[in-house]
Design a protein around this ligand. Structure first.
Ligand SMILES: [Mg+2]
Length: 97
């Protein structure tokens, strides 16, 4: 029987897809401040319609971001950052549309 998808499976898929697109994907931690998204995705200028810089919080399927994470995401969005929460492989694909 197949085990359920974990956050780390979705993260690995994100890293793989970004690499395939020629982008860079970095694991993130803010020093001295909780709530940083898990990954920073940087995409090359290859005509994708998406933003080229995207902060991604990954979650296991059906799991939501914690309140302190959501607060940090809002602070970042106010500064024009694109921050997304992804809890599925399909959600990773949505990023690049
Ligand atoms: Mg996470």
């Amino acid at each position: 029987m197949k085990r359920p998808l974990r956050e780390s499976d979705i993260e690995k898929y994100l890293v793989k897809r970004v690499k395939e697109l020629g982008g860079e994907c970095r694991k993130i931690q803010f020093i001295g401040r909780p709530g940083a998204p898990d990954r920073l995705v940087m995409l090359p200028d290859v005509g994708l319609r998406t933003d080229r810089t995207i902060w991604v919080e990954l979650k296991a399927p059906g799991k939501k971001a914690e309140p302190h994470q959501l607060r940090e995401h809002e602070r970042m969005r106010k500064m024009g950052q694109r921050v997304v929460v992804i809890d599925s492989l399909a959600g990773v694909e949505e990023l690049f549309k």
